[in-house]
Design a protein around this ligand. Structure first.
Ligand SMILES: Nc1ncnc2c1ncn2[C@@H]1O[C@H](COP(=O)(O)OP(=O)(O)OP(=O)(O)O)[C@@H](O)[C@H]1O
Ligand SMILES: [Mg+2]
Length: 266
């Protein structure tokens, strides 16, 4: 559905940031993208929805290409991005206006706009805050409003670019639970994170290293075969516990269950 085809990108000529990057994300997948600071994850997120354009190769979404100016509006509508800092994302003065803003730009009938906005706020449990000022909300609430504004557009893919990294544990938990719920409902998710616990939620991990794809596969294979500390990443806490408790027992296919039961036993 979303394809990077030999994508090349630089900000300054001669200093490539993304190099010959190719992969496809299928509808309904839950992909976690990992990598050290500065490896190019946010650049990839921006290339995905056409905020940045490839200098070589192509980024395609279905039959659309970000290189085709006529396709860009459709791509923006169908691929939503939630960024790290919720403050940067607000333009209006109330939560409701924030959610409605994007809808007015696509010129829906007034009644549809209202209904869509209300549904989106309900989906993130922010319906009681529709008249609140975005800037007065907590970090987690702000991110939920940012997600609602995207949901209202009925996108096909949502990219979360470290959307949980500035939140306290409760805020993170709430946003993660929304991400998981959206995935269960069929939304395609790309979640960029430094929290390795969150990588355990994924069906597929993409590891980026110096603008290249270093690993593409399931979390079990990832944690068994990739020396994560070489990439400035930690092992998830639960996995460290498993290795300490039962170092000789390899992970099996039902490893998440295995770690869960070891964890509750001790
Ligand atoms: N607007 C820009 N102009 C010039 N260089 C940039 C710009 N944005 C990013 N870079 C550089 O491109 C490289 C990749 O940055 P990017 O933000 O994509 O990394 P990242 O993997 O998202 O890092 P982090 O984990 O810190 O968010 C870095 O070396 C960064 O300094
Ligand atoms: Mg980034």
């Amino acid at each position: 559905m979303l394809t990077f085809d030999d994508v090349h990108f630089y900000y300054q000529k001669g200093e490539p940031i993304i190099d010959k990057l190719s992969f496809t994300i299928e509808a309904g997948e839950f992909v976690v993208m990992l990598g050290a600071n500065g490896c190019g994850k946010s650049t990839i997120a921006k290339l995905m929805d056409g905020l940045l354009l490839p200098k070589g190769g192509q980024v395609r979404f279905k039959n659309l290409s970000t290189l085709n100016p006529a396709d860009l509006i459709k791509i923006h509508e169908q691929i939503g991005v939630v960024f790290q800092n919720p403050e940067d994302q607000f333009i209006t003065t109330t939560v409701m206006d924030e959610v409605i803003f994007g809808l007015e730009n696509i010129r829906l009938p007034r009644e549809d706009i209202r209904v869509r906005a209300e549904h989106a706020l309900q989906a993130v449990q922010m319906e009681d805050y529709s008249e609140a000022m975005p800037h007065q909300l907590s970090g987690g609430q702000k991110q939920r409003v940012a997600i609602a504004a995207i949901l209202a557009m009925s996108p096909q893919i949502i990219i979360f670019d470290e959307a949980t990294s500035m939140l306290d544990p409760l805020g993170r938990k709430q946003v993660l639970s929304i991400i998981q719920q959206l995935h269960r409902q069929g939304m395609t998710i790309v979640h960029i994170t430094h929290h390795m616990e969150e990588a355990l939620l994924a069906e597929r991990i993409l590891l980026i290293h110096q603008g290249r794809l270093e690993f593409d596969g399931d979390p079990l294979t990832f944690f068994e075969t990739v020396p994560v500390t070489d990439y400035q990443l930690d092992e998830p806490f639960a996995l460290r516990i498993h290795k300490k408790l039962r170092p000789s027992v390899p992970l099996t296919a039902d490893w998440k269950e295995m770690i869960r039961s070891e964890w509750s036993m001790n």
